[in-house]
Design a protein around this ligand. Structure first.
Ligand SMILES: C[S@@+](CC[C@H](N)C(=O)[O-])C[C@H]1O[C@@H](n2cnc3c(N)ncnc32)[C@H](O)[C@@H]1O
Length: 218
């Protein structure tokens, strides 16, 4: 494993990902993450996407909800492209483990298919940062691979990096403040049991106030 997977993305792999995929980052209303969010009666007014690339998804969410939208993304090229194409989207260069926002600044936080790229030594930090900036009540959308049995693959585009797959919502569900309310699988026509291919969107609701009822026996 690379000594610092985050630095690799900030130093150039984020830009390389953007350049490989730029043609498809125009905003797609059929996007499974947008559809999963739309199925719930949410009315978020402050939205953050972590690993937002050029902010194409945020631009559509801004339109849909009339929300203030922010994105964090390690690729300076993706951020520059997004600032030019989607001027209403606030984009900043950064990474999931250290978010430049105040506590409780958002009522919807989205992991935009980036957790699988985060260095495992930063997983808890990334989870804690998302929790810190998400208000209560609030909603969390985790768009990623959904793999109940954890494993890694070598990252095809850069030696030494890995992509890690697990069931990310479990990190949050360790806390009674989070409830899984929806899972939308994105099977892309693959056999559901084929390893490597199960991805989708988990939507969790956060409510710290109701998480711990008073002890009825005390
Ligand atoms: C598969 S792309 C998804 C981009 C966009 N959210 C989308 O759905 O089109 C993953 C993104 O995560 C970014 N990324 C990689 N490491 C990251 C980290 N530690 N924190 C936040 N984002 C990261 C990559 O640069 C890339 O833009």
């Amino acid at each position: 494993m690379s000594a610092d997977q985050k630095s690799a993305f900030l130093a150039g792999e984020g830009d390389a990902w953007f350049e490989r995929n730029a043609a498809h980052l125009a905003g797609n209303p059929a996007d499974v993450c947008l559809q999963a969010i739309a199925r719930l009666p949410l009315a978020p007014k402050r939205i953050l996407e972590i690993g937002a690339s050029n902010g194409h998804r945020l631009a559509l969410l801004k339109e849909r909800y009339g929300a203030a939208v922010s994105g964090v993304e390690p690729s300076a090229k993706a951020v520059a492209d997004g600032k030019a194409r989607f001027p209403g989207v606030d984009l900043q260069v950064g990474a999931a483990d250290s978010l430049p926002f105040a506590d409780g600044a958002f009522d919807l936080v989205i992991f935009g298919f980036c957790l699988y790229l985060v260095d495992p030594r930063h997983h808890f930090r990334a989870i804690a940062e998302a929790d810190r900036v998400l208000a209560s009540p609030g909603a969390l959308a985790i768009f990623d691979f959904i793999e109940p049995i954890p494993y890694y693959n070598r990252y095809a585009h850069l030696d030494g990096l890995r992509s890690h797959k697990t069931e990310w919502s479990r990190f949050f569900l360790a806390s009674p403040s989070y409830r899984l309310v929806q899972r939308v699988a994105d099977l892309k026509g693959e056999a559901p049991l084929a390893r490597n291919n199960l991805s989708g969107v988990d939507i969790l609701l956060k409510d710290v106030e109701t998480a711990y009822p008073q002890n009825p026996f005390a």
